[in-house]
Design a protein around this ligand. Structure first.
Ligand code: SAM
Length: 316
């Protein structure tokens, strides 16, 4: 687990890593902190990064296995995409962000984990709604932008670089949210479970993601295009698979809503990490259709992609 944050959290992790034996109760393990008591009153809970298999200490982990190969590849790709991603209309759509905050239905001043926070657009919406947010993301450039974007919220916002899987599962959060992350996860259920494990019993887990067609041949066509356009793409789930992932992660009262959104092919393609030339991907796009990826050729020669995202909410 790597962190490049100069925050008190990171200093605290380092100060405690070599001195605190395993098995000591969490309350006694809390390292000293550099933040003031006033700041502490409003700061989100501090995150503790755990060691990974094969590492005997957090310090060793930080230097040897900061991120695994796949996570490093994701981080590099998203470092490169960050600027365009942050400007993309689908990410900044205020109506969609408001819908996400509303659907989360969190109690006032909740402590929220934003898992795979990107440039802090989702975090900003939850902060503006009065919550406290801790964001974590693999990509250093995303974390830098999130800090910049949310600086005006002071100690209510904090962002660290690292993997959600590397956070200690000590459940200090009232809610854990993610948007457009699950289709990058090698194991979507494990990702939802990672969110859930960091939330207190009775807390909220929320995910929003772009979904695909339950009809398998259509989904296969769609996924081949997504991977041709973005090497970090793993797989879009169907709405049913996403709801099932929440159930398999042990969550209850699972609710799901669908919401349409549109992408312009050129804007979408140009901020990806393509594996195939644009002309080839364009030709493939025009050759099929899927629920969640409807293709419409416009009079101006451009292509509109009619997509579906879902919001899924469950209770731990
Ligand atoms: C498509 S972006 C979405 C960013 C943000 N959630 C948003 O909607 O604006 C996906 C982000 O998830 C991050 N990510 C993927 N897997 C992650 C993991 N295991 N831990 C932390 N971040 C992760 C990537 O680095 C990337 O910034």
């Amino acid at each position: 687990m790597a962190t490049n944050s100069p925050s008190p959290t990171v200093k605290s992790i380092r100060s405690s890593a070599s001195t605190v034996p395993r098995g000591v109760p969490y309350s006694l393990r809390r390292p000293f902190t550099l933040i003031t008591s006033a700041a502490r009153a409003i700061a989100p809970p501090r995150l503790y990064f755990t060691t990974r298999r094969g590492c005997s200490s957090r310090a060793e982990c930080a230097t040897r296995h900061a991120m695994d190969g796949r996570e490093r590849a994701l981080a590099e790709a998203f470092d490169g995409q960050a600027a365009q991603f942050e400007r993309a209309p689908v990410q900044t759509d205020p109506v969609a962000l408001a819908r996400m905050v509303e659907f989360a239905a969190l109690p006032p001043e909740s402590r929220v984990l934003d898992a795979g926070c990107g440039p802090g657009i989702v975090a900003e919406a939850f902060l503006a709604a009065g919550h406290r947010v801790q964001g974590v993301d693999l990509a250093g450039e995303m974390v830098r932008r999130a800090r910049e974007r949310c600086a005006r919220f002071g100690a209510r916002a904090r962002f660290d670089q690292g993997s959600v899987f590397g956070l200690a599962a000590e459940a200090p959060f009232d809610a854990a949210v993610s948007r457009f992350v699950i289709h990058h996860a090698a194991d979507p259920v494990a990702f939802v479970r990672a969110q859930a494990e960091r939330v207190r019993p009775g807390g909220v887990v929320l995910a929003s993601d772009h979904v695909t067609d339950p009809h398998e041949p259509a989904a296969r066509w769609h996924q081949e295009i997504e991977r041709a356009r973005d090497r970090t793409h793993e797989r879009n789930l169907t709405p049913g698979e996403l709801a099932a992932a929440f159930c398999r992660a042990g969550l209850s009262s699972v609710q799901l809503v669908e919401d349409g959104f549109e992408l312009d092919f050129d804007e979408w393609f140009d901020r990806g990490t393509p594996a195939l030339p644009k002309a080839e991907v364009r030709a493939r796009v025009l050759a099929g259709r899927a629920r969640g990826f409807e293709v419409q050729k416009r009079a101006d020669g451009g292509i509109t992609l009619r997509c579906i995202r879902v919001l899924v909410r469950g209770i731990r």
